[in-house]
Design a protein around this ligand. Structure first.
Ligand code: IPE
Ligand code: IPE
Ligand code: MG
Length: 243
């Protein structure tokens, strides 16, 4: 690790490009989703090894319900199977699993699995792995605001909204990664990405691996995070002194 460089505390990833990965191989789109799960395993392991504290993966957006019904069913089923097969492994690796999103449209079976997986891993203090599923940044903000209304609040501050977001327990992402070549946020963590470093790669999600993650983190280490201040105001170890 270069001197003065810490691993990002929180990495948030839009795992995009599964469909194109499959199409390139003349396979059905869902084959790409299956391979995407292999990439998830590898990236979780790499984050743990590199000392990342929080890894948040965007798996299914509130807009993804618009996809063909067979694809949606396949994704729901893949999620369910992954919970069945992977949670013990996560638990044995001291990983805490959280699921972020609405859950209203999930089957009772899936909802129960999620609750059980979260409960089982709740006491772990290693990597926190959050799967954003049926998640949308706008949903998250509106949900927080509705909570404030229900509490009878009238004057609302930023911290009051922040505290009521679905992932209020985590620090904001330091590094945002999107695979698959598109350079957009697609309604991911709208509020929390305000000061994240953004990294885009053309690699399709099933091809994203430890080396690709390391490359993203190297890019992150080149960034000077000023949060509105000037470079000169920063402590020496945070300056990147670019001309
Ligand atoms: C991302 O891959 C996975 C989900 C949105 C569930 P895509 O399925 O969006 O893959 P592309 O973008 O069509 O290649
Ligand atoms: C974003 O990918 C959502 C997830 C990866 C879960 P999409 O493939 O759905 O995004 P758009 O539609 O291209 O913006
Ligand atoms: Mg896509």
């Amino acid at each position: 690790m270069p001197e003065g460089c810490e691993p990002p505390r929180h990495v948030a990833i839009i795992m995009d490009g599964n469909g194109r990965w499959a199409k390139k191989r003349f396979l059905p789109r869902v084959a790409g989703h299956k391979r995407g799960l292999d990439a998830v395993r590898e990236v979780v392991k790499a984050c743990k090894e590199m000392g990342v504290g929080y890894l948040t993966l965007f798996a299914f957006s509130t807009e993804n319900w618009r996809r063909p019904q067979e694809e949606v069913s396949f994704l729901m089923d893949l999620f369910l199977r992954a919970l069945e097969h992977e949670v013990s492994k996560l638990h044995n690796n001291n990983i805490r699993l959280k699921v972020l999103g609405s859950r209203e449209r999930f089957s009772a079976d899936l909802s129960e699995r999620i609750d059980r997986a979260e409960a089982k891993t709740a006491g772990n203090d290693g990597l926190v792995l959050t799967i954003a599923a049926d998640y949308g940044g706008r949903w998250d903000i509106v949900h927080a605001v509705n909570q404030l209304i229900a509490e009878g609040q009238s004057a609302i501050t930023e911290s009051m909204v922040t505290e009521r977001l679905g992932m209020a327990w985590a620090p904001e992402p330091d590094l945002f990664i999107r695979t698959g070549g598109e350079q957009r946020i697609s309604n991911f963590l709208l509020w929390q990405l305000a000061y994240s470093e953004l990294y885009f790669t053309d690699l399709l999600w099933p091809d994203f691996d430890k080396a690709a993650l390391q490359e993203a983190i190297h890019s992150y280490w080149q960034r000077e995070r000023r949060f509105g201040r000037t470079s000169e105001q920063l402590p020496e170890h945070l300056r990147r002194d670019k001309l």
